[in-house]
Design a protein around this ligand. Sequence first.
Ligand code: C2E
Ligand code: MG
Ligand code: MG
Length: 727
Amino acid sequence: MQPDINSSSLFDVYQSLFNFNHDACYALDTDGNFILFNETAVEVTGYPLDKALGMNFVSIVHEDFLEETIGHFNRVINGERERFETVIIKRDSGEHVNLLLTVVPIKVGEEILGVVGCAQDISKNKRLEDMLSGKNRILKMMAKGASFQEVLDEIVFFIESFTHGAPCSILLADEEGKRLMHGSSPNLPPAYNKAVDGIPIGENVGSCGRAAYIKESVVVTDIETNPLWKDYRDLALSYNLKACWSSPVFDDDHKVIGTFGLYYCRASSPRESEREIIEKATNLTSLVIQHYHAKKKIDFMAYHDALTNLPNRRFFDEKAKKAIGGTKVEDGEKLCLMFLDLDRFKFVNDSLGHSIGDRLLVEVSDKFKQILSEGALFSRQGGDEFTILLEHTTKEKAQDIARDILKTLEEPIVIDGTDIFISTSIGMSFYPEDGEDVEMLLRKADVAMYQAKKQGRNNFQAYDVMLDARAYEEMQIENELRKAIERDEFVLHYQPIVNLCRHEIKGAEALIRWENERIGMVPPDQFIPIAEETGLIIPIGEWVLKTALLQLKDWHANGMKGLTISVNLSIRQFYQPNLISMIREALELAGVEPHFLTIEITESMTMDVEKASVILQELKKLGVSISIDDFGTGYSSLSYLKRFPIDHLKIDRCFVRDIAENKSDENIATTIILMAHNLGLSVIAEGVETENQLSLLKQHRCNEAQGYHFSRPVPAEEFTLIKVPSL
Ligand code: C2E
Ligand code: MG
Ligand code: MG
């Protein structure tokens, strides 16, 4: 007859629940000795039934949890029901097992005979939880800026908390991926760490070297017998390391960046739980290594120049600051700061293109690096500017180095088969005499560099106080000059040009004036050459022309009908390709006929006779007049003038000055006038200050004159009030 569930006893039902439960079920007598033990309990604790029965629960509870667990037991014995967590030690393996227990008293009537409980193995969840919180802790450390070493150590400590005393190690692959370097293994013997630092990545190099090589985990359960360890066996065994399991650590591109290893003091293989942990550990280690690699790169970039890889300005400043503090001035030591600027680099960039320019910078910096010794700090400030810091040096040594630098550039640099000759100008300043801090020393080296440029480039100069004031002034002028047009700081003054026959004002020369609020009034002789050098003369010259023509238009409209205007042109403007169109537009804009405009150029601009005559012909075609200014001071002879379509000659005021006292000056002046007339040119005398000068010039039939005798250059509104004094 089939057994019927209804006829089965309650005892059978309970017994099934007990025996076949997924959880470990057990019962204890009032002394805490096991009296019942189901199959799962055998699995979870590792104790077979015959060993378990009669054993006291105290003997399997982890000592850290014992007191608490006994407390729960006592309360249940007194009739309470308890639910709590504890940890037991598994038989043989010694593994810790986390249990969640539900325990109730065994009551018969009023009497309590013992306790019965169910224990769920929550080790896996617990591990996951711990793993997660440990991982978070490590990520937090990283975010807070802990050092690479601190974080690696923390990973090892953290993983070791799961390995029951088996020490762990992290090794890091070197940049070439050829070797494994020490990373972290705080619980391995230091001498062992040292011995394996730098082991090659290879087929038969212990567990780690091989794991990195084959890109897979390597388990060596017995170092003593495994051939992988033959070269390291004695070393490992001498530290009682008997088994080792290693896993490669990959980056996101599956490149091996390190290994994570686990050592045992007895021949053994990893447990399942450990496999899981190691997998997590390698992931975490990968994250950490990649983070610090990236950070290292970012830190490098913050302190280095991307093009040349040289230290940058920030690095230099910080280092120089420290170096100043370390200079033993009392022993006669000096610190030298060099400022280098490549000569005419802009020209290379403009003519050969920026990519060649960039490559040239790299080549040049490599050359410099080769001559500088270890102690010198060489950095790129930006553009084509470099700095060098020499510590514990002397003036002589510094000069030798500067000389060497100039010498290395004597050979051309070959880029794409093209020889490029480049030179540099070097300025030097010295601590302590030239300044107390980096900023001051750099400024002074810069001033000295500027001087080196003035000396014709391709040389070095040490800072000199005497030169500083002038150089500084020029730099200041340059800086202010850049903003002068927008700030509307220029004005034009006008000086009358008097016709000596008719004795009336025939024209006006426009002369620029610059009033800067910081520097004050700057005479044109001071700023025009700087404007030339920097190219600022182009916009300034355009402004002058437009302003002068608009002014002339105004005067024409107010009765001064035939008045002409003379405008000075600088050499840079003269060779500007769009010169003609620029002048044409300015004339059109003002609505002035071209023949009212005279362009003044100097002899020196016509040195390139071919080019100059083409430009002059075009100017002529445009319909403007042409004057040769400051005539007599240049090298040229009158004869070449034949080739140019010129209208006027202006005799330089140095001949006019002594014309009344000095016979030879008079002769020069008269010769110029005569020859000019022969060539069909009219002559204007500059700088006429006295009546004597004037009457002599008139005698020699000079056509026009200009000078303080008639008027100084004056603002436009005063110009109309000028009266020509009668003879
Ligand atoms: P420059 O073209 O030869 O101009 C004549 C200079 O002689 C002016 O000096 C004028 O003030 C000065 N001067 C006139 N009469 C006398 C006199 O009787 N005695 C003395 N001792 N000097 C006299 P300034 O205005 O200082 O200009 C100097 C130079 O600056 C000019 O020489 C010209 O080369 C240049 N310059 C002035 N304005 C401009 C401009 O708008 N563009 C360019 N490119 N150059 C300019
Ligand atoms: Mg002039
Ligand atoms: Mg002149």
